[in-house]
Design a protein around this ligand. Structure first.
Ligand code: FDP
Length: 347
């Protein structure tokens, strides 16, 4: 067969997310390609969503649907669109057995359609949705687990119980941030990698591999309007950060994906402690805390609920909430010190 002409000058000098996933997969001899096909479902859904977010204000995607979700929160039109897109694009992959969305009450059992996929995918389709109408960054978060071996189950497998696995069992996690650029960040337990959507070619292109967040950065991110009802040690921590020689600064977008992304890139700490309004904390263990904790640890950071490592928490309910302190290792340790009664760190 005649060899195709070689034009190296025309070959793209970039790595797409698909190439990256496939290259990683080649390192595992047992890989079947199912996993990269599954992740491609997420990349397609988020690309479509990014294009809808970009048109917010031009097409009818802003505002509320008039309904409330399982959490009792108002469902925005974009929330619903994001949920439907993720359900459709990921659910189409036969390797997926169970889908769970922050917007839907129970886990969706796809095995009922006769498939025997091994993956469980959990997602928050549009995080920070109270910010949609005012053009502030939002995001999509995902977490991937493997179904327990059916032989481990006595009797009938219980899909709703299968999903309730600790974050340590995640095989992949990531998020997409819809902002000045659309950024895709993921880990499969081998570092954290960042891609940016190139709108000209419609592909997520690798911009940095094996991200490490700084160990120390004097920036905290919290909704300080709630601080009077924070636990006393956390209030003491916030008072300490305000001492003139502490040199702390504060940044809070109110979209978890955006706040976490800044911390991943520049360091700092995000805290959402228990409050009078949300005594268990506000963020969802399985849709928000676990995937971000996996990313944070892979990037050298930490994530705790005040006393326990987030990834070790055994969920009791799909939509369980948790307190969360996440970010640069030393910044989380300082808050932990206050919670343990050790007070401020020695200078
Ligand atoms: P939202 O309610 O806008 O969906 O958990 C959801 C979340 O946003 C996070 O993205 C964000 O960090 C947090 O809630 C903001 O909560 P407060 O408005 O209480 O600060």
């Amino acid at each position: 067969m005649e060899k195709p002409p070689s034009h190296p000058e025309l070959l793209p000098g970039f790595i797409t997310i698909q190439q990256h996933i496939i290259a990683n997969q080649r390192r595992h001899s047992e890989a079947t390609g199912e996993f990269s096909f599954l992740l491609s479902g997420i990349t397609i859904a988020t690309k479509v969503l990014a294009s809808r977010v970009r048109k917010a204000g031009l097409v009818d995607v802003l505002g509320s649907t008039g309904c409330t979700n399982v959490q009792g929160e108002t469902v925005q039109k974009l929330d619903r669109m994001a949920n439907d897109l993720m359900m459709h694009c990921i659910g189409y992959r036969r390797s997926v057995a169970v889908l769970a969305s922050e917007e839907v009450e129970g886990a969706v059992d796809l095995t009922e359609t006769g498939r025997s996929g091994k993956y469980i995918v959990l997602f928050d389709p549009l995080d920070g949705s109270s910010n949609i109408d005012v053009n502030i960054p939002t995001g999509t978060i995902f977490s991937i687990l493997i179904r327990p071996d059916p032989t481990e189950w006595e009797g009938q497998a219980d899909i709703q119980a299968e999903v309730l696995q600790p974050g340590l069992k995640q095989v992949a996690a990531g998020y997409v941030l819809y902002s000045s650029a659309t950024t895709f960040v993921y880990t499969t337990g081998d570092g954290v990698h960042q891609f940016v959507l190139d709108p000209e070619i419609g592909a997520y292109v690798l911009v940095s591999e094996r991200l490490k967040m700084p160990d120390r950065k004097r920036v905290y991110s919290t909704n300080e309007a709630n601080s009077l009802s924070y636990p006393a040690p956390v209030r003491q921590y916030l008072d300490w950060t305000k001492q003139p020689d502490s040199n702390y600064s504060s940044r809070y977008v109110g979209s978890f994906v955006a706040d976490f992304h800044r911390i991943l890139m520049q360091g700092g700490v995000f805290l959402y402690p228990p409050t009078a309004k949300s005594p268990q904390g506000k963020l969802r263990l399985m849709y928000e805390a676990n995937p971000m904790a996996f990313l944070a640890e892979q990037a050298g950071g930490r994530a705790i609920d005040g006393s326990t490592r987030i990834l070790e928490k055994k969920p009791r309910q799909l939509h369980e909430r948790t307190a969360l302190y996440i970010g640069s290792r030393q910044e989380v340790e300082i808050i932990e010190g206050f919670i343990e009664g050790k007070g401020a760190p020695k200078a």
